[in-house]
Design a binder for this molecule. Sequence first.
Ligand code: FES
Length: 159
Amino acid sequence: MIAEPKKTRQDNFEPRGDFEPKIVGFLCNWCSYAGADKAGLAQIPYPPNVRVVKFMCSGRMDPQFVLQAYANGADGVLILACHFGDCHYKEGNFRATQRHRMLLQLLKQEGIEEERCRFDYVSASEGDKFVQVVTEMTEAIRKLGPLHRQFILKAKGDS
Ligand code: FES
């Protein structure tokens, strides 16, 4: 008898149609990255669409990083932080929340859907929440389709 090949995480999320979203995920080291690690250790399947960039605190998130991610091919950007009261640098997540609001206004003015830039809180123990957020965002961007990059390239000076 021939054994069935073992299913990998990738097998659970075969591309649907021509478009597969590219999502850049900025994850804080202390909570969200550990949450993603927990999901990985527990082998919880989730869409492989997120490219993770780890930094020490979400307060380090500069709106320019988000625009650069779009300019370099991302269809969405996910920013994950510690919950309020858990930030290792006290108020980094609060600052990141404010920057995210500002960023959404800028993107809205240019007709870019707010679903393309999601901010959320994931703690080190919330591997399941990490999976939920990534899955929801991937589905939302699949529905929206690829990002129209005209504004982003103009902002970068490439148009
Ligand atoms: S250390 Fe996680 S958001 Fe500041």
